[in-house]
Design a protein. Structure first.
Length: 501
């Protein structure tokens, strides 16, 4: 028995050492890959900015249970509750009306009851055909003419008025279809200019068993006539009216032939769009400054907490749900917001007051930040600085951090440059620019001084690959220490907007 106890004790020591070594290795590699557990959720963050605390916040906000935090969804609401609870736990004050600032807006159009029929064929949306996003509902009816790729020269001596133009997709399918040299949108314009009723673009994928497979893009901006991307099965059903198949037609096109054929069947297609109202909210709170005069001025620290939600991809093997977790975009920014709030509360050293704002519905067109600026709880002229954090979790091997100061401000620029020298672990890239499509835009419109931080766009941007394991937690910690120092400098030394610099 004694020998067994000794063995168990030794085993426990070995396991503990292995866990410690694994954690240290993760720290060295700038990647933390723990999974969410009840213990993780109850985790108590420290008053200092730390990589482990940043990981904790992102692990919650970018978890599958929040389903991509799309504006107006329960996932976004869960994220808002998490942020609100953190603000309350820190003892941050709320303005009259509470921590939440609800708002609504007309959402993006969604497909409702789209149809594609001919003869005895009734297409299934997402399986047999798909439409691009349009602002209004469209419909058309008419016979069909196959026109190869539908280039300008293909229309010579061919009357397509009032008829559907059937073309090969080409682009992105070069291993199966000879690669088109013009995208489908350009060829759509040719069809419209020649009076076509609509466009049917054949999407061929030899792994799809003939069903429609999305090619990773959405068709924006067209109007007047409908454009459908159709599956090989749907195309075969259409071409059987001339005794051919899609592959036989494809064989006809080899060698760059200009070949066309009329298909004597009437196709009816309809794109039905509907907009619903989306209900979202901003969550914000403030920390009062400790100077009797300067506390009446504010620094706004902002980050959006929503992302783009989920997508259902239909394939021959069945439906697949993709979650766009948005770990960098922008759980990283919100994690930074919470870490900065906790540090500033614990130190209570700022002369000016600070508003910590988590904006909703940024991905829907900056709806939250614009609403905040249109319904500010303070006079915007009292804002000394707006700090924006959008995607700050992917510092690269060059340690680059991009800072947009936007509104010319010699005092602010001087402080940022001085801070850069005090943070040798960061390669600060100053990039004064005009307004960009992020949450500082409405502040820019009001001429508020801005310092916007980001580590830049990457290949996982707005894809399911933007996950917890891709974040550089130690790099984000360095960025937040820089932002913290900027807040202190601005709160204590930089003159008011209304004073001369």
């Amino acid at each position: 028995m004694k020998e067994r106890i000794i063995k168990m004790f030794i085993l426990a020591i070995v396991i503990s050492m292995a866990i410690l070594a694994a954690w240290q290795l993760k720290e060295q590699n700038h990647v933390i890959t723990e999974t969410i557990t009840d213990e993780t959720i109850q985790y108590c963050t420290s008053i200092d900015i730390s990589a482990k605390d940043i990981y904790h916040h992102i692990s919650i906000l970018a978890s599958d249970s929040l389903e991509g935090r799309n504006a107006g969804t329960e996932g976004e609401a869960k994220a808002a509750r998490y942020i609100r609870e953190k603000f309350m736990k820190l003892g941050l004050k709320c303005f009259p009306g509470g921590y939440d600032q609800p708002f609504s807006f007309e959402g993006r159009p969604e497909f409702r009851n789209c149809s594609l029929t001919f003869g005895d064929f009734k297409g299934v949306f997402g399986v047999d055909f798909r439409s691009g996003i349009v602002t209004d509902s469209l419909k058309a009816s008419g016979e069909v003419v196959f026109l190869g790729y539908g280039y300008r020269d293909d229309y010579k001596n061919v009357d397509v008025k009032g008829r559907w133009v059937l073309v090969l997709e080409g682009e992105r399918l070069s291993s199966i279809v000879p690669k088109a040299t013009q995208n489908v949108f350009k060829r759509y314009e040719y069809a419209k200019a020649n009076g076509a009723a609509g466009v049917l673009s054949i999407s061929i994928d030899n792994q799809s068993k003939g069903q429609y497979v999305p090619q990773g893009y959405r068709m924006f901006g067209y109007k007047s006539i409908p454009l459908f991307s159709i599956s090989q099965n749907a195309a075969d059903c259409l071409l059987k009216h001339i005794g051919m198949t899609t592959l036989e037609v494809l064989d006809k096109m080899k060698g760059g032939n200009h070949w066309h054929v009329s298909i004597p069947v009437t196709v009816a297609g309809a794109i039905c769009m509907k907009r619903d109202f989306v209900y979202s909210r901003n969550v914000f709170a403030y920390l009062e400054g400790n100077d009797s005069i300067l506390k009446k001025e504010y620094i706004v620290v902002g980050a959006h907490y929503d992302h783009v939600g989920t997508r259902v991809i239909r394939t021959a093997s069945g439906d697949s749900l993709l979650i766009y977790n948005g770990a960098d975009d922008n759980a990283s920014g919100v994690a930074g917001l919470l870490e900065l709030a906790e540090k500033q509360v614990s130190e209570n050293r700022l002369k000016r007051s600070v508003i910590f704002a988590a904006f909703g519905a940024e991905e829907q067109g900056l709806k939250g930040s614009f609403y905040f600026c249109d319904h500010m709880p303070i006079d915007y002229k009292k804002i000394a600085l707006m700090v924006n954090m959008d995607m700050i979790g992917r510092m690269d091997s060059m340690n680059r951090v991009y800072v947009n100061t936007v509104v010319p401000n010699t005092a602010l620029d001087a402080v940022v440059e001085k801070l850069s020298a005090n943070h040798p672990g960061i390669n600060l890239v100053l990039a004064p620019t005009k307004k960009r499509n992020t949450d500082y835009a409405p502040f820019y419109d009001r001429n508020v001084p801005i310092a916007s931080f980001t580590t830049g766009i990457h290949d996982q941007y707005h894809t399911p690959g933007d996950t917890l394991g891709t974040i550089n937690y130690i790099g984000e910690k360095l960025i937040l220490e820089l932002v913290d120092n900027l807040m202190v400098a601005k709160a204590d030394t930089i003159p008011s907007r209304n004073q001369k610099h």
